[in-house]
Design a protein around this ligand. Structure first.
Ligand code: SF4
Length: 241
């Protein structure tokens, strides 16, 4: 049937969705809330391709189903857990993250958003956990090596987050020589020492221990914090932990 020009058009209700990887309860393994029981909401898809990505099922080989925001909220609220960590992948690539965070914060949850800080959206968040990617993250594979390097450093986006949210900064360190670039970044961005966390690049408990041994002094000498990676220390790099 053809609609007459005098009939007001009625838009169907907008259903907002997210492409999801997994939702699970575990202790936060990193940063200032390490050890805090949390519901992890892991979206899938990322605009970067770090060679050391510890969730390749959300980046290099993104997998997951599309869910409505309402279904994600309902699943999170089934758990009587105050802290919710929105992570990825890169959660900011999906617009559905905005209504998701709005509804979860309205429900009284404490929200941490984990992001590499390359895209800004007007989130609802109690803490934005920024993990800017340094040149030590660039993969060898073409064309991702070029794309990754073009996107990974977005200082104006970082400034938007700083202006609007409480932030912590996590820098992934693989080798001692990685520290010079982080020193320069922290200085140029004027990041307060108490907000800086160094994190050992690791996928096994042995790597965590080996890198923590030399990173501890590096962090202390700068007045920075050393982040544990509790989930890797306890379980190795397995999903849902
Ligand atoms: S930004 Fe995070 S999710 Fe994306 S590739 Fe790098 S480590 Fe993986």
């Amino acid at each position: 049937m053809t609609q007459s020009s005098s009939t007001p058009s009625i838009s169907p209700p907008r259903v907002t969705t997210l492409r999801m990887s997994e939702i699970y309860v575990a202790d936060q393994g990193e940063g200032q809330f390490a050890g805090t029981p949390s519901v992890f909401v892991r979206t899938t898809g990322c605009n970067l391709r770090c060679w050391f990505c510890d969730t390749p099922h959300t980046s290099w080989h993104a997998e997951g189903e599309t869910q409505t925001v309402a279904d994600v909220v309902a699943e999170v609220l089934q758990h009587d857990v105050e802290h919710v960590v929105i992570t990825g992948g890169e959660p900011l690539i999906q617009p559905g993250i905005v209504p998701l965070t709005k509804q979860l914060q309205a429900a009284g949850r404490f929200l941490t958003i984990e992001t590499a800080g390359t895209l800004f959206r007007p989130l609802h968040a109690d803490l934005v956990s920024l993990s800017p990617k340094m040149s030590n993250s660039t993969p060898d594979e073409s064309p991702w090596n070029l794309r990754h390097d073009q996107l990974r450093h977005a200082p104006t986006v970082i400034e938007q987050f700083r202006a609007n949210y409480a932030c912590q900064w996590k820098f992934v360190i693989d080798k001692p020589e990685d520290l010079a670039e982080v020193d320069a970044y922290v200085t140029s961005m004027n990041v307060p020492a108490e907000e800086v966390w160094l994190m050992p690049q690791s996928r096994t408990p042995e790597e965590v221990h080996e890198k923590t041994a030399w990173l501890t002094g590096e962090a202390e000498s700068r007045g920075w914090q050393l982040s544990p990676r509790l989930h890797i220390e306890q379980f190795g790099n397995i999903r849902g932990k």
